[in-house]
Design a protein around this ligand. Structure first.
Ligand code: G3H
Ligand code: 13P
Ligand code: NA
Ligand code: ZN
Length: 328
């Protein structure tokens, strides 16, 4: 059944667990996310970026979401729009039937230029008024995702701020967060703590100076009733990097957000944890390995099945680690 983000996260807060929010673009990802939830008895947040809707096409994406409800009727499912660039984008997702939208007003509509507070608060409040009138939840973002090591947004394919970001932008201010929540009425707030999108988050296993879990604690202490969201929270499993490189890939040394650090965040108000890259890495490693080990195969179902199984393992591990397993 479809459920809103607010309903899910209120339950998560009441019971002290966190929800992974997985990005999906295609049928295999839908299957992996939903099968893993069925097997672990977890509710689901499945989110789609603008790029995902462009990849699948809006009608295909919309029908996959209804197919997921029909095929997994017992799994509570929130369909969330990731990183909406404008109120218009959010409105279109609401019309598509999403139960939750993110208005990312931390960046201007080009999704590259950092926005000022007033712009962010204004567009986010607009989306809250519109979405809440239709029973749809809203996530906002205050602060810019990016690396405390380099000051850069990090995403290799260009989604994220361009140029150097100051430390003030890279770490959400607790007092400003309180004002933002009060002025916009967001249901959930994404915060900046040094994580970034994609596979290249940290050049070394992160310590407190480059992954600011303490900042989560300060924000949660200031706004204990607000559901916090961690973006850029893939853990970048070293075993999948090794498999990718063993079977012809070329990925340099890199580190993600350790699951234990996310668990510490969940103990301090984090309720939604965005994960996309880990599924991409697992799918890529599984396909590379399958094709290398089965050089005569030309049936895509066989290597896509391997990809689905690998993604499903990641999903199950996150449902269990974040505590949503058993809460479906
Ligand atoms: O925001 C980042 C997510 O990983 C989505 O990425 O825009 O390539 O679909 P995407
Ligand atoms: P990752 O790139 O770490 O998986 O983050 C995904 C994300 O934040 C989507 O909004
Ligand atoms: Na989001
Ligand atoms: Zn994100």
């Amino acid at each position: 059944a479809l459920i809103t983000l607010r309903q899910l996260l209120d339950h998560a807060a009441e019971h002290g667990y966190g929800m992974p929010a997985f990005n999906a673009n295609n049928m295999e990802q839908f299957h992996a996310i939903m099968e893993a939830a069925r097997e672990t008895d977890s509710p689901v947040i499945l989110q789609s970026s603008a790029g995902a809707r462009k990849y699948a096409g809006e009608p295909f994406f919309r029908h996959m979401m209804h197919a997921a409800v029909e095929q997994y009727p017992e799994v509570p499912l929130c369909i969330h729009q990731d990183h909406g660039a404008s109120p218009a984008v959010c409105l279109r997702s609401i019309q598509s039937g999403f139960t939750s939208v993110m208005m990312d007003g931390s960046l201007r509509e080009d999704m590259k230029t950092p926005a000022d507070y007033d712009y962010n608060a204004r567009v986010t409040r607009t989306v809250c008024e519109m979405a809440h009138a239709g029973g749809v939840s809203v996530e906002g973002e205050l602060g810019c995702l990016g690396s405390l090591e380099t000051g850069e947004a990090g995403e290799e394919d260009g989604s994220g701020a361009e140029g150097k970001l100051s430390k003030e932008m890279l770490l959400t201010d607790p007092e400003e967060a309180a004002q933002f929540v009060r002025e916009t009425h967001v249901d959930a707030l994404a915060i900046a703590i040094g994580t970034s999108h994609g596979a290249y988050k940290f050049t070394r296993p992160p310590t407190g100076d480059i992954l600011a879990i303490d900042r989560i604690k300060a924000i949660h202490a200031r706004i204990p009733d607000t559901h916090l969201v961690m973006h850029g929270s893939s853990s970048v499993p070293q075993e999948w990097l090794e498999i990718i490189n063993q079977y012809g890939g070329e990925m340099p040394e890199t580190y993600g957000v350790p699951v234990e650090e996310i668990q510490e965040g969940i103990r301090h108000g984090v309720r939604k944890v965005n994960v996309d890259t880990d599924l991409r890495l697992a799918a890529t490693g599984a396909v590379r390995r399958h094709l290398a080990e089965n050089p005569s195969n030309f049936d895509p179902r066989k290597f896509l099945k391997a990809a689905t199984a690998a993604m499903k393992d990641i999903c199950k591990a996150r449902y269990e680690a974040f505590g949503s397993a058993g809460q479906g």
